[in-house]
Design a protein around this ligand. Structure first.
Ligand SMILES: [Zn+2]
Length: 655
């Protein structure tokens, strides 16, 4: 999983219920979902579980939350005792060791989370998020990650929709109004990786070097965004298969954007779901693209889906590996400097976390995402540096092959490295993994040894102004180093500085907020950049600095919408409303447009932006307040948190 906000604390349950796995081995689940009720947010279905009994036992359970209406049979016998209590379904029977038992359950689920029913542009969209939410909210199943089962899905829905689930589509039966899609898995997985998506989609398909079908789904209206959104997908897929040294473990790889997703992306087995905020045009690609999330979720198909951490203590075996391998894939696309710069950013973030007293051991299940993801990636980077490429790659390969379709802990991985390295890694593990403190000084030293670019970046420092700083902007230092200088001493920017690349110009729009008249024309050229961030910032700064030219700036940017959160459009409306002489007749209409963006028909980011602007201009009217109230019960926690905080603030201001 990849979260949007970096510092967010995850709690992963490490509770193992009474070790049912010692007595029963659930092998296969054939799930059919045949009726979705969008109004009541219900789904009815049937599941057949195939299982072996390993030792005599008198009851078997499945996790089951808000699921009822059970009709039960065991090996075709329907006079069987069962009850549902405390979020568990219990089957009571004197089981003897036996193979291939079949438990059939008909059920009706009323999920409060995990399976979400949405409306997007008057069409239905239904999708799941299993990790952290539990699949037992819509399917009687086992929440324990250590119980891996092969799931096959048979899903019936309206003809004009697309239905996706884990595995390969092996049959599709089209009826008068309903179609049944049959998806088949060949291998087992933990239940949190079970997923389905129903919506209006088209798809584009490529094939990997190794012959795996790569399916890219998109909304019918987004055909021009397919290329920038999915750019580098095949390159990164081919790269990771080669780099990891173990063939992609599943039959195909599908990626699908959904509306108002809870996170950036989720690595469901063979079916990555990601936020449609990452569906970008060619301009937005430059600022905010899907490449990193794409690589991260793909890497999880091995690290997380093929081998799965036994408990939260070993969560870094998923997130640290996915972060590290995503970085390697991005290095293949964007080059070495990009790679080392990202590692440097991690060191800085981790050192800040430690200095503020929030550092934790990598094995602490309550660690921050920053620790699990970035420190985890760092451990692998340092370990590879220590043992060498050959040992590292062979060990990763052995680890994946040995534990495939099983569960792992940190020592399982370390032992595979030690076997090839020939020496103990105990002190390495203590120092880099177990210790609460992250050795950021040492990490920084390693980076400086590895990268000329990092060395230079560290050397360029204008916090204490020096005569060299103006030269840095004139002569060749890296773009990243120039950005650093501009952020520290924006007044050094000259007309020549504008001749630099896109990211340097973006830094100018961000840091040069007082624009000297001599730079006015250069600054105006920022409005032509292929970056919605640069345009947004430049428009605002120009509007503030040159009041007499406001009409000109507004006229130039009138057609620009910006990202999917409409960043440029909303700023434009607010600036227009505050430019009294400009298009005086249209103010009322524009204000209504802004208020309308708070409505539930818009995505979470559009709504948050609109609420923020309306609060800023102190104009959250009745419609805005009504939409704010309804936002509090949205399924997306970011919007809920925002709406609650803003409501409280508005209440306080009233008093
Ligand atoms: Zn992840």
């Amino acid at each position: 999983m990849k979260k949007i906000v970096v510092v967010f604390y995850v709690f992963v349950s490490s509770v193992l219920y009474a070790q049912q796995t010692e007595y029963v081995d659930f092998k296969k689940a054939e799930v059919s979902l045949d009726a979705f009720d969008e109004n009541l947010k219900k789904v009815t279905g049937k599941v057949d579980y195939m299982f072996d009994v390993l030792k005599p036992v008198d009851s078997i359970f499945l996790d089951s939350k808000n699921i009822n209406g059970y009709i039960v049979s065991l090996n075709n016998n329907d006079s069987i005792n069962y009850y549902v209590e405390n979020d568990k379904f219990w089957l009571i029977h004197k089981f003897k060791p036996s193979k291939d038992n079949v438990l059939s359950l008909k059920f009706e689920a009323n999920p409060k989370k995990t399976l979400y029913f949405l409306n997007k542009d008057n069409d239905n969209q239904i999708w799941t998020q299993g990790q952290g939410k539990y699949t037992s909210n819509w399917l009687p199943s086992l929440d324990d990650v250590n119980d891996k089962i092969e799931y096959d899905f048979l899903i019936t829905y309206q003809n004009d929709y697309e239905v996706l689930a884990n595995g390969k589509l092996i049959d599709k039966h089209v009826g008068d109004s309903l179609t049944t899609w049959k998806y088949d898995m060949k291998q087992p997985m933990s239940s949190y990786l079970a997923a389905l998506v129903i919506g209006k989609y088209n798809k584009k398909t490529e094939t990997s070097k190794s012959g795996i079908p790569l399916e890219y789904y998109f909304y019918p209206e987004d055909s021009l965004k397919v290329e920038p959104t999915y750019r580098y997908s095949k390159q990164m897929f081919d790269f990771l298969e080669e780099e990891i040294g173990v063939a992609y473990p599943w039959q195909n790889y599908k990626q699908v954007p959904v509306h108002d997703f809870l996170y950036a992306g989720m690595e469901n087995t063979s079916l990555t779901i990601f936020s449609d905020a990452f569906v970008v045009d060619a301009i937005a690609f430059n600022d905010k693209n899907y490449v990193n999330v794409n690589a991260h979720e793909l890497a999880h198909q091995w690290f997380g889906d093929l081998v799965t951490a036994k408990s939260g203590e070993h969560h870094w075996l998923q997130e640290g590996f996915a972060t590290y391998y995503a970085l390697l894939a991005e290095r293949d696309v964007f080059g070495d400097n990009y790679f080392y710069y990202k590692l440097l950013e991690s060191v800085l973030d981790l050192s800040r976390q430690d200095l503020s007293g929030n550092g934790t051991s990598l094995l602490d299940p309550k660690s921050s995402s920053l620790t699990f993801y970035q420190r985890g990636a760092w451990v692998l980077h340092v370990l590879r540096d220590k043992v060498g490429d050959v040992v590292f790659k062979k060990a990763v390969k052995n680890y994946l092959n040995k534990y495939q379709f099983e569960n792992v802990e940190t020592s399982d991985f370390i032992e595979e490295v030690e076997k090839l390295y020939g020496k103990s890694l105990t002190s390495f593990v203590n120092y880099w993994i177990k210790n609460k403190a992250f050795p950021y000084d040492e990490a920084f030293t390693i980076l400086k040894r590895q990268s000329v670019f990092v060395n230079e970046y560290a050397m360029v420092d204008c916090e204490a102004k020096s005569s060299k700083c103006a030269d840095y902007l004139k002569y060749y230092v890296s773009d990243e180093a120039k950005v650093k200088v501009i952020s520290q001493v924006p007044e050094l920017v000259t007309s020549d500085t504008f001749k630099n690349s896109f990211i340097v110009r973006q830094a100018i729009s961000e840091h040069v907020t007082i624009i000297p008249a001599s730079l006015k024309e250069d600054y105006e050229s920022l409005l032509n950049d292929k970056s919605y961030i640069t345009i947004e910032k430049a428009l605002y700064n120009l509007w503030v600095n040159f009041p007499l030219e406001r009409a000109k700036y507004l006229a130039k940017t009138r057609e620009i919408v910006g990202f999917s959160d409409k960043n440029v459009r909303m700023l434009w409306i607010v600036l227009n409303l505050n430019t009294p002489y400009y298009e005086a007749d249209s103010k009322y209409e524009l204000f209504n447009e802004l208020v309308n963006y708070t409505d539930a028909s818009y995505n979470v980011d559009v709504r948050i932006n609109a609420f923020k602007y309306l609060d800023l201009i102190k104009s959250c009217n009745e419609d805005c307040k009504k939409n704010l109230e309804s936002a509090k019960s949205h399924h997306n926690w970011r919007l809920v948190k925002f709406a609650k905080e803003l409501s409280e603030k508005l209440e306080q201001n009233k008093n």
